[in-house]
Design a protein around this ligand. Structure first.
Ligand code: ADP
Ligand code: ASP
Ligand code: MG
Length: 403
């Protein structure tokens, strides 16, 4: 007997027919005598619609109430799924986060699961019931409803796999698995059979939506194997596992992109020790994360240009902090938010020289200008003009033999 978490994403529960279809997949697993905990997302589009409702009331909608609102989407699908399973003749019951409870820490919209009570659900599983749990939500120690970040049902599934010590965690979605790039944008992308936690974490953090980054991080820390597969086909999916179990044949495993960044350039910054610290200190104190930094060599030793990237949502806040910073002197501030970040990721890069050069040469051939660069052991990211995003992704995909 195996204990499993089966998580169904928004498209997989996006209509009544789809919920009924997902219930049949769950029944198939249940009939094999598995103990099953189901985690569901809201129906596709629901969370976005709820955000739009809140914004139409106020651009600064109360954060506590926003979490109460957003988590309602998963409540709906939990009840519908438990009802669909009951209709198939299976004993099933939904639990809301506060009934379990799933305890979270952190700010509203951005909490993380730290614990949950497993007693009642374990008892229910032992009596052959299927537990249905809403993803994306929890309850704070002070009793407020919280949400755990966009795409957070993945994180709920992994947290449940960890705390209930399940044998597997299966992520059912609208694609067959993790591909070498977004299969909806790059038709030549190929499915990856096995990918390491480290690579998946980089890809997810760099814009690959199919798995949420914090879910992958928890899975990596606790060595929980994940299986990403399709709700709509029976094809074998992708296993996210430890690197030592993977035989690397390619240097680059995947190409990711995101349109979350903005680039700021300060022109004519006084070039003296401590100036970079003076520029970045107020940003960090205001929780603005600086990603890539480029400082030009100053020709006269007096003035230089400093370019850096931040999350796009922080751009106005960052600009006003820089403009009101009396400790620094510069001539002009330039902001560009029509940029995208393109990244190649691969554990095979560690042992292969020349990957950076090959990436830059490929982009140069298409006259794509690189505006900023950052690297780690297994990834290279560049900032480019947003309009050239898909062209660059496709070209890199081909260059690194992923087509
Ligand atoms: P769910 O609602 O099931 O959580 P998501 O929409 O969050 O699904 O993630 C699935 C989507 O991720 C796919 O429809 C696909 O467009 C996108 N995606 C982006 N990059 C990749 C990739 N490398 N492999 C697979 N899917 C990807
Ligand atoms: N419904 C939430 C979202 O759209 C969580 C999820 O789908 O994973 O972000
Ligand atoms: Mg998702």
């Amino acid at each position: 007997m195996t204990k499993k978490v089966l998580k169904f994403g928004g498209t997989s529960v996006g209509s009544i027919d789809r919920i009924k279809h997902a219930a049949k997949i769950i029944k198939r697993e249940y009939d094999k005598k598995n103990k099953i905990i189901v985690v569901v997302s809201a129906m596709s589009g629901t969370t976005n619609n709820l955000i739009a409702h809140a914004e139409s009331i106020s651009k600064k909608f109360n954060k506590r109430e926003l979490d109460v609102l957003l988590t309602s989407g998963e409540q709906v699908t939990s009840a519908l799924m438990a009802g669909a399973l009951t209709d198939l003749g299976i004993k099933s019951k939904s639990w809301m986060n506060w009934q379990i409870p799933i305890i979270t820490e952190g700010d509203h919209s951005n909490s993380r699961i730290v614990n949950m009570n497993i007693k009642d659900i374990e008892k229910y599983l032992s009596k052959d019931g299927i537990a249905v749990i809403p993803g994306f939500q929890g309850v704070s120690k002070s009793g407020d409803i919280t949400s755990i970040g966009r795409g957070g049902s993945d994180a709920t599934a992994v947290a449940i796999a960890k705390i209930f010590n399940t044998d597997s965690c299966e992520i059912y979605t609208d694609v067959d698995g993790v591909y070498s790039s977004d299969p909806n944008k790059v038709p030549l992308a190929k499915k990856i059979e096995k990918i390491s936690y480290e690579e998946m974490l980089e890809l997810s953090s760099l814009g690959t939506k199919v798995m949420q980054a914090s879910a992958v991080q928890t899975a990596m820390m606790h060595e929980i194997p994940l299986h990403v597969k399709s709700t709509f086909t029976n094809r074998k999916g992708t296993e996210i596992i430890n690197q030592e179990n993977i035989d690397y044949k390619k240097v680059v495993t995947g190409v990711a992109y995101s349109k979350d960044d903005a680039k700021i350039t300060l022109i004519g910054v006084e070039d003296k020790p401590g100036v970079a610290a003076d520029i970045f200190e107020p940003l960090s104190k205001n929780d603005i994360n600086v990603d890539m930094v480029i400082q030009n060599i100053s020709a006269d030793g007096k003035k230089t240009d400093l370019t850096f990237t931040i999350k796009r949502q922080d751009k106005n806040n960052a600009a006003s902090l820089l403009e009101s910073n009396n400790k620094i002197k510069y001539e002009t501030l330039q902001m560009n938010d029509k940029v995208s970040k393109i990244s190649i990721v691969g554990a095979g890069m560690v042992a292969t020289p020349g990957v950076t050069y090959k990436m830059f040469r490929t982009l140069a051939e298409d006259k794509i200008n690189i505006l900023a660069i950052s690297t780690s052991e297994i990834k290279i990211s560049v900032i480019i003009d947003e309009q050239l995003t898909i062209q660059a992704v496709k070209k890199l995909h081909k260059t690194f033999n992923l087509d």
